[in-house]
Write a protein that binds this ligand. Structure first.
Ligand SMILES: Cc1cc2nc3c(=O)[nH]c(=O)nc-3n(C[C@H](O)[C@H](O)[C@H](O)COP(=O)(O)OP(=O)(O)OC[C@H]3O[C@@H](n4cnc5c(N)ncnc54)[C@H](O)[C@@H]3O)c2cc1C
Length: 505
């Protein structure tokens, strides 16, 4: 009996899983996950990702057991693992989702498809979110997204029939970081992987934490509690985008009904839930760009910006940025919190990236890789597009050069966030906290922080770096070549609804 394989990748769930539902309806399935050394060894992968992945795999395994099946793990390159299974047992079909991952996974999918075609094995691939394969025109994307989100969540199959036990198909053990050839995780994951954790996280947001999402999402002091925090669950597919959209709409409906029946409902909920859904659309909007142009991972989406920063990379500045030692407390607090395993919100991610790209004039690729390893929710499609956007190299988005001091004043006015992550500045009064270099020598002694000894002096001068970056980026953007290229970028990737592309929140 040839095997019908359900190949899990970043779709680690049993509900709203089109390929699992389709395969289970046809007959016995081998549910397979393959640890791929080339992905585990890639420069965007971190041991913390492996920890979250393993927790999610364990959760999927127990869900499949409940449905009468199990998750079989293998380690190896693809399609070699499939070739081996085919030789031993025969494969009748492969079911999987359309993944939009990094370049390695893109090439891997092409290899698998080519091998399966040559071997005469059908590959059934299903969309798993609002990203559209072979999208013919960006004009159609929004309507397709809406249509997909209107479809009901696909129920978990009542049963996933298992392949006969006498085939004795063995599973590899869970891969440890040592076996994967990785270093020990630097920190514990800020969130644990798994289906139940994903549901709990979403529900606690929709029922309790999300009320002030709209107004509290930008401050690092409030965002950790007020944002949904579902991103790692979406990245590994413990939860689908459609499930999140559907749960958000149900909650909105419930609140409207309560209001209509005379119960007082805080109006902040309505704005927050609408904003939440628009972010879920952004999720797919950004991944669509990588789907349509996989080289976005390496190359400027707008080639007119090529050569702008590549030859000026200051390694010493990059190191200071990586270590949270730039002398800009808001920037350093963000980086140090990430290094300690915490999560940071959109605005602070944007500021970190903008500081690297503008103040330090670093090309986005190395900072992006570094952040990819620090973000538990690293999602290539969103990540590289955001890193390019915050560096000003798309030509179609507003240029935003964040002032770290301004962000500190707006988002951390009492200095709670800075003092937590930059303890050298503990004794510095609020008014100097964002720019401690303004303290006189006498004050530095008085407040217990000597600049240059206890905390670094700013590695660049804000005004000078800001003006220079502004001048260079606008000059590049205003060239005829950049404008022509921007037109092409807009046609291919631009949102047809302004609200989808505007990164401001
Ligand atoms: C430089 C940079 C890099 C980023 N890298 C990633 C990444 O690797 N993975 C990732 O999921 N997000 C990334 N983001 C977007 C955003 O910061 C995170 O999605 C968000 O902070 C995750 O927290 P949350 O789940 O609480 O989001 P919420 O605010 O609760 O939003 C709900 C969901 O909407 C989506 N979303 C929210 N904001 C955005 C956005 N601006 N763009 C696209 N989708 C969005 C996410 O899927 C998120 O889980 C990046 C942003 C920047 C500026």
């Amino acid at each position: 009996m040839a095997l019908q394989i359900v190949w899990f990748r970043r779709d680690l769930r049993t509900t709203d899983h089109a390929s699992l539902a389709a395969a289970a309806a046809r007959g016995p399935c081998l549910c397979l996950f393959v640890y791929e050394p080339e992905l585990l060894q890639a420069p965007d992968f971190d041991p913390t990702h492996l920890e979250f992945l393993n927790q999610s795999l364990a959760s999927l395994h127990s869900d499949l057991q409940r449905l009468g099946n199990q998750l079989v793990l293998r380690v190896g390159r693809l399609p070699d693992v499939f070739i081996e299974l085919h030789r031993e047992f025969g494969i009748s079909a492969i079911f999987g989702h359309e993944e939009t991952g990094n370049w390695i996974s893109y090439q891997r999918d092409r290899r698998v498809r080519a091998w399966a075609k040559a071997a005469g094995i059908p590959c059934h691939e299903f969309p798993s979110n609002g990203v559209v394969r072979r999208l013919s025109s960006r004009d159609d994307w929004s309507a397709i997204w809406k249509q997909r989100m209107r479809h009901l969540v696909i129920p978990e199959p009542a049963e996933v029939p298992s392949v006969p036990a006498q085939l004795s198909i063995t599973s590899a053990p869970t891969l440890t970081w040592q076996q994967a050839g990785l270093t020990a995780p630097r920190v514990c994951s800020p969130q644990a992987g798994g289906r139940q954790q994903a549901i709990d996280c979403l529900q606690s947001f929709l029922q309790v934490r999300g009320r002030n999402y709209r107004s509290e999402m930008s401050s690092p002091v409030t965002a950790a509690e007020s944002c949904s925090r579902i991103s790692p669950y979406l990245t590994y597919g413990c939860l689908s985008v459609r499930e999140a959209v559907s749960a958000g709409r149900q909650r909105l409906q419930q609140l409207r009904s309560e209001q209509q029946s005379g119960t007082t409902v805080d109006s902040a909920w309505f704005q927050s839930l609408v904003s939440f859904e628009s972010r879920l659309a952004w999720h797919c909007h950004f991944i669509q760009k990588l789907e349509d142009e996989p080289t976005i991972e390496f190359r400027n989406v707008n080639s007119a910006f090529d050569g702008l920063r590549e030859h000026e990379f200051r390694t010493d500045w990059f190191e200071a940025w990586q270590q949270g030692r730039t002398g800009y407390p808001m920037v350093d607090a963000c980086m140090r919190s990430l290094l300690a395993g915490a999560w940071i919100n959109f605005r602070m991610r944007a500021m970190l990236m903008s500081f690297a790209a503008y103040h330090l004039w670093l090309h986005w690729r190395q900072p992006a890789l570094f952040l990819a390893r620090l973000f538990l929710d690293y999602e290539p499609g969103i990540h590289y597009c955001q890193c390019q956007m915050q560096s000003g190299v798309t030509g179609i988005n507003a240029i935003r050069i964040y002032s770290p001091a301004r962000q500190a004043a707006d988002q951390d006015p009492r200095g709670d966030f800075i003092r937590r992550w930059v303890p050298e500045l503990e004794g510095v009064p609020d008014e100097f906290l964002a720019e401690p270099q303004r303290l006189t020598r006498l004050q530095q002694g008085l407040f217990g922080c000597q600049i240059g000894r206890d905390y670094p002096a700013p590695i660049v001068h804000h005004e000078t770096a800001f003006r220079a970056a502004q001048q260079r980026i606008f000059a590049a953007r205003d060239s005829a070549a950049a404008r022509a290229a921007a037109r092409r970028v807009y046609d291919r990737h631009g949102s047809r609804r302004r609200s989808l592309t505007d990164p401001e929140r």
